[in-house]
Design a protein around this ligand. Structure first.
Ligand SMILES: Nc1ncnc2c1ncn2[C@@H]1O[C@H](COP(=O)(O)OP(=O)(O)O)[C@@H](O)[C@H]1O
Ligand SMILES: O=C(O)C1=C[C@@H](OP(=O)(O)O)[C@@H](O)[C@H](O)C1
Ligand SMILES: [Mg+2]
Length: 188
């Protein structure tokens, strides 16, 4: 079986990128990076502080630099932040440097999964549902244009999502092997 390429997770807030990325990397014995955590570590400050002090443009600049760095590594799993696809530079390096997995979920699930969270500055408002719907309208076409595969994460445990990603990525990267496996199952 050939080596898998870098795996990059994209998708909206609460889709499970950070949770699933960690599990996926452990399953593959790979190093895991979460771009938000890496930004926080480098900056010595958390995401809300960066948004407060530098605004969203300041955060996006740091995010672009971090995604450029992380995507240059080899054999890694990287979870991005939900807004990473807003910049063409990010979309390009993600597409060119690995296999991109779009983790998708419903706005209902996003609301539940982020309800108690105080670390997502863009959701610290009264109209969270409207904000998430607007983001979906803007970002879903970008997630689709950037990704190689799409995997739904609602009504599935993180473990089941990891298995589905691995199945789909193997099929994508090694269609011949997949065909042989299938054939061997049906041959006498
Ligand atoms: N498949 C899933 N089913 C149920 N809850 C999940 C699932 N994936 C993630 N979660 C939960 O949703 C919340 C947000 O997940 P997170 O990984 O931080 O999402 P993201 O990084 O995409 O914003 C966490 O509390 C996590 O435990
Ligand atoms: O969607 C966004 O614009 C953001 C998503 C967050 O990451 P998660 O998608 O991991 O929550 C984080 O990067 C920041 O709060 C902005
Ligand atoms: Mg995350």
């Amino acid at each position: 079986m050939q080596d898998l390429p870098n795996l990059f997770l994209i998708g909206p807030m609460g889709a499970g990128k950070s949770t699933i990325g960690r599990l996926l990397a452990a399953e593959l014995s790979r190093t895991f990076y979460d771009s938000d955590h890496a930004i926080q570590d480098r900056c010595g400050a958390d995401i809300p502080w960066i948004f407060d002090v530098e605004g969203e443009p300041g955060f996006r600049l740091r995010e672009m630099q971090m995604i450029d760095e992380l995507t240059q590594l080899s054999s890694v799993v990287v979870a991005t932040g939900g807004g990473a696809v807003l910049r063409e530079d990010n979309r390009r390096v993600l597409r060119e440097r690995g296999t991109v997995v779009y983790l998708m979920t419903t706005v209902d699930q996003q609301l539940k999964r982020t309800a108690k969270d105080r670390n997502r500055p863009l959701l610290q408002c009264a109209n969270r549902e409207q904000v998430l719907n607007d983001m979906f309208a803007t970002r879903d076409p970008l997630y689709r244009a950037t990704s190689d595969i799409t995997v739904r994460t609602d009504r599935r445990s993180p473990r089941a999502v990891v298995n589905e990603i691995l199945r789909r990525v193997h099929r994508l990267t090694d269609p011949l092997e997949h065909a042989v496996t299938l054939n061997s199952k049906v041959s006498p």
